[in-house]
Every structure is written in C-alpha cells, then in structure tokens.
Design a protein around this ligand. Sequence first.
Ligand SMILES: [Zn+2]
Length: 108
Amino acid sequence: MLHLVVSGKLPLACQRCLEAVPFDLDVDSLLELIPEGAELSQDELEDDSRDFLPVVRELDVLELVEDEILLSLPVAPRHEKCGLPGAANAGERINPFAKLAGLKGKPN
Ligand SMILES: [Zn+2]
C-alpha cells in the first residue's frame, strides 16, 4: 500500500477573466501496488474504494505525484463571479453558441 498525501495552494488561471484563482490542493490517495500485467478479479475491478497502481520494476514517484495532482485539478477553474477581461457586463454569462443560432436553417 502507498499512501500519497499532497496539499498546498495553487494559483490556477480563471477560464473567464484569466486572473489567478486560488485552489486548495488536497490529494489523499491510498494506492495498492501491483505488478504490471497482474490479473485483477472482477470484484477488485468493480471496487471503487480501492485504487490499484501497476508498477513496472521501479515506481517513478515524481511522475506519480504529478499525475495525482493533475487528476485533482478542476477542468475549468473559474471565479464564482467575474467577467471577461475588459467587458462592461462583468459577471454576466456569455453564451458561446449564440452566434450559431443565426446560422441554423441556412443552406450550405
Ligand atoms: Zn475570473
């Protein structure tokens, strides 16, 4: 078993205003090391409470820590309230598909 704990504060880029969003990193994983290619039973595969980590000879700890951090990051970090850079209507939701609506029904 390998217990991996990583914590800290990361500044992520807000997907709307591009300013920094503070993110509390809190990785706490219990991994069961198994040999690469080992057969897992159906029960083990379906058990969501267990995490198996296949290892080929040596474990690359740095890569493992990096992967676990990347997995824990939000896909699209955003402030709860903010606007597009320079936009007067800060906070309002912009529909990225609004322009597409005008194209509907037009022949190619
Ligand atoms: Zn923002």
